[in-house]
Design a protein around this ligand. Structure first.
Ligand code: BV8
Length: 245
């Protein structure tokens, strides 16, 4: 029976949090909203770039057709990120990695804010905006905050593309499999700041639930996932998560 509580954190969740050993967290764009990173959906609107819905500009087809346009989109988002910082939710989750015996952080975000908050071994399902990769030899290239990104691969000279997973593309080898395994083993699964509409990421809480985990959603709005959750905490991640710590 799902618990919607007046108090943000129910006694049941507090109790499970205090004795949990295997914990898995899945995050989406909502966890970075309080840092100023625009989400993709919210308020009924979907992010649009130069008239193109984000899942069009962020698609495998667009990289084939017009990689320059795709770079413009990611260069714009990277510039936005330069002045932004992790928030209380990122910092709280970073503390959990030393609190729980077996802790797994899985993110759909490409912004790198979890790592900047101190999270280690983050499973980045959709890549990272601070990296590029060669379209031919797959060599990864770090993109620093200061310098202009490399124009071509320093290994083979061929063009580079953002090292992110675009719609219609496979996730990084092993990333989903590792996340799915940890989801199937965890006792407590937090789903923070995601509309849970993009697959296969949205499968992870379902896998955790199917293997008996207590699934908790933290989101100011109901989502496609709310009905399967054991507990829905209606609120902003930056306010709710520190209450647990
Ligand atoms: C693939 C990187 C195999 C780029 C991204 C099954 C069914 C239907 C469709 C599919 C399916 N399987 C595959 C598909 C196709 C597709 C898909 O899922 N389409 C959707 C649109 C239906 N999936 C794929 O293409 C995936 N690849 O399946 O490969 C394959 C290969 C070939 C052919 C067939 C299959 C790849 C998907 C990854 C795409 N790349 N990102 C970029 O960033 O531009 S996805 C991107 O969008 C994000 O990474 C994230 O995953 C998603 C956005 O969702 P959210 O993060 O949840 O953000 P959103 O804005 O939607 O929601 C924010 C939430 O936060 C809201 O609920 C809001 O209320 C809440 N919130 C707001 N403020 C706060 C808050 N919460 C807490 N605190 C706050 N303060």
């Amino acid at each position: 029976m799902q618990t919607a509580t007046a108090l943000p954190i129910s006694a049941r969740l507090r109790e499970r949090f205090s004795r949990a050993q295997r914990v898995c967290v899945l995050t989406g764009a909502g966890i970075s909203a309080e840092s100023g990173v625009p989400t993709f959906r919210g308020g009924g609107k979907t992010a649009v770039w130069k008239g193109m819905p984000f899942d069009v500009i962020s698609s495998a087809r667009m990289v084939q057709r017009d990689v320059v346009a795709v770079w413009e989109w990611f260069d714009y988002r990277r510039d936005l990120l330069k002045s932004l910082r992790p928030n209380a939710a990122h910092r709280e989750i970073a503390r959990w990695q030393d609190r729980f015996e077996d802790f797994t952080l899985v993110t759909q975000n490409i912004d790198g804010l979890h790592q900047r908050a101190g999270s280690r071994n983050v499973i980045e399902l959709h890549g990272n905006i601070w990296r590029a990769r060669c379209v031919t030899c797959d060599t990864r290239h770090e993109i620093s905050q200061q310098d202009k990104r490399a124009a071509a691969c320093f290994e083979c000279g061929d063009p580079l593309r953002p090292d992110v997973v675009l719609f219609g593309e496979m996730l990084p080898p092993g990333a989903f499999e590792r996340a799915a395994m940890k989801a199937s083993e965890c006792e407590l699964c937090f789903v923070v700041g995601t509309s849970a509409l993009v697959y296969p990421a949205a499968n992870l809480p379902e896998i955790a639930k199917a293997h008996g985990a207590y699934v908790v959603e933290v989101n100011p709005e109901r989502t496609a996932l709310s009905t399967i959750c054991d507990e829905v905490v209606k609120g902003e991640a930056g306010e709710v998560l520190p209450l647990l710590g």
